[in-house]
Structure formats: structure tokens, C-alpha cells
Design a protein around this ligand. Structure first.
Ligand code: HEM
Length: 210
């Protein structure tokens, strides 16, 4: 099953980045689309693109890069759960937390305290503050956080929900295929898939920001 999700740019460059998990090798590629200025500088924004034009240079180009591959373990849960005995909370306890002092929320039945992380969160302080005391599972997933973000989350686990308050964790990622990829020769496992994906993303990027 190939899974595509939005990701942060691991090189902290720009724009549209996607993480692609392919089976059966469980390979992850980060595909980023960013603009190249003919002057050599990589321009991060639409303004940057205008600057390229203003300098009378050839139009900024779009470039698709595969930034890296990494192996992920299929057994790794999509959202981390603490392995040792962790404190159990009810949904009510979380909702009544003193959110003026601490920022606590639930994601997929796990309770996180992100007070220390608020100012470091790449998505901003405010989104997290607005979710304090709530179940943030859907909001978290809608953003399409990267595997890096999911790894980072583990640091902020303070407990989990009591059995009675847990809900079925849904696999909300968009699956590109329902059927299993047959061996290495499958289309999604080959180089063609990321290339095609890159083209699609590039067209989308030009449409949105061009
Ligand atoms: C412990 C919980 C969380 C951690 C560790 C975390 C971490 C991160 C990280 C590392 C990024 C950079 C992009 C990436 O790598 O995916 C990010 C982006 C973002 N996050 Fe979170 N996040 C958390 C919870 C949330 C929640 C609950 C929301 C609610 C909507 C949220 C909204 C966002 C947004 C809007 C972005 C920016 C996405 C973009 O610019 O494309 N995050 N987060």
C-alpha cells in the first residue's frame, strides 16, 4: 500500500513537500517542489519568483527533488504510544486541565503535554493553544504531519486515555492503492511513480503560486 502525506521540507526550503511510503520495502521519499532562480539562488516564495523576473532573468524554474530515503518499520505505530506503564486519564480530566498553565491534548487516545513545545512548533503556537484540553486527533491528521513530527511527539507523551474513553484509531491517511503492490516491479515501487508524482505536484504548484 502506498501512502502519500504532506510533509515539512527537511531541508527547510519551501513549499510543497510530500512524503511517500511505498510497500513492500517501506521506503520513504520526500519529494519537494521548489523554485530555482537562474541566478543560482533558490527562491522560497512567490515574491522571490517576482524578484527573479525583476532582475530580468529567465523565469524561475520548478524543480523536483528526491531528498532522501529512509527505512521505516511497518510495526511502528502511526502515532506513538508509550511502551512503559503510563498514567491513565479520562477525557474529562484532560478537558478540565488548567490550560492557562499547561497545554495538554489528546491525539489517538494518547495524552500529550506540549507546553514546552508551543514556541517551537513549526505550525505555530496558536493552533496548539486552541486545542488545549481537546481531542486533536483529526486536526493533527488533517495537517499530514511527517514521520519526523510523529517521532518528535513521543517526547511529549504524558499518558493515555482510560480504556473506557478510547476510540478506534482510524487510518486517516490517503491510501493510493487498496491492493498490495506485487514485488519490486509494481508501478508504485518503481522510479516512475515519484517522477509522475513530481510532475503532478509541479503542475499544482505552478497553478497555485504561478
Ligand atoms: C505533539 C504534537 C505535535 C507535534 C510534535 C507537531 C510537530 C510539527 C512539526 C515537526 C511540523 C513541521 C512539519 C512536519 O514535519 O510535519 C508541524 C507543522 C504543523 N503542525 Fe504540528 N505538531 C503537533 C501537533 C499539531 C496539532 C495538534 C496541530 C493542529 C492542527 C498542528 C498543526 C500544524 C500545522 C498547521 C503545521 C504547518 C504545516 C505546513 O506548514 O504545511 N500540529 N508540526
Amino acid at each position: 500500500q502506498a501512502v502519500l502525506r504532506r510533509a515539512g521540507c527537511s531541508e527547510r526550503r519551501v513549499g510543497l513537500c510530500y512524503e511517500l511510503e511505498l510497500s513492500p520495502e517501506q521506503t520513504v521519499m520526500t519529494i519537494c517542489v521548489y523554485q530555482l532562480c537562474s541566478a543560482g539562488g533558490e527562491e522560497e516564495t512567490r515574491r522571490g519568483r517576482r524578484d527573479c523576473r525583476a532582475r530580468g532573468e529567465a523565469h524561475a524554474m520548478f524543480c523536483v527533488r528526491t531528498l532522501g530515503r529512509q527505512s521505516v518499520s511497518r510495526s511502528a505505530p502511526s502515532t506513538p504510544r508509550a511502551t512503559m506503564t503510563v498514567k491513565q486519564y479520562t477525557r474529562e480530566e484532560v478537558s478540565q486541565w488548567d490550560t492557562k498553565k499547561e497545554n495538554v491534548f489528546i491525539i489517538d487516545n494518547v495524552v500529550y503535554n506540549v507546553t514546552e513545545f508551543l514556541d517551537e512548533h513549526p505550525g505555530g503556537h496558536e493552533v496548539l493553544v486552541n486545542l488545549a484540553g481537546k481531542d486533536a486527533s483529526e486536526d493533527f491528521d488533517d495537517v499530514g504531519h511527517s514521520l519526523d513530527a510523529k517521532e518528535l511527539m513521543k517526547k511529549y507523551v504524558v499518558g493515555e486515555l482510560v480504556e473506557a474513553d478510547r476510540v478506534q484509531v482510524q487510518k486517516r491517511h490517503v491510501a493510493w492503492e487498496d491492493s498490495k503492490v506485487e514485488g519490486d516491479t509494481g508501478f508504485t515501487s518503481s522510479w516512475k511513480f515519484p517522477v509522475l508524482l513530481g510532475i503532478v505536484v509541479t503542475v499544482l504548484y505552478s497553478y497555485l503560486f504561478g
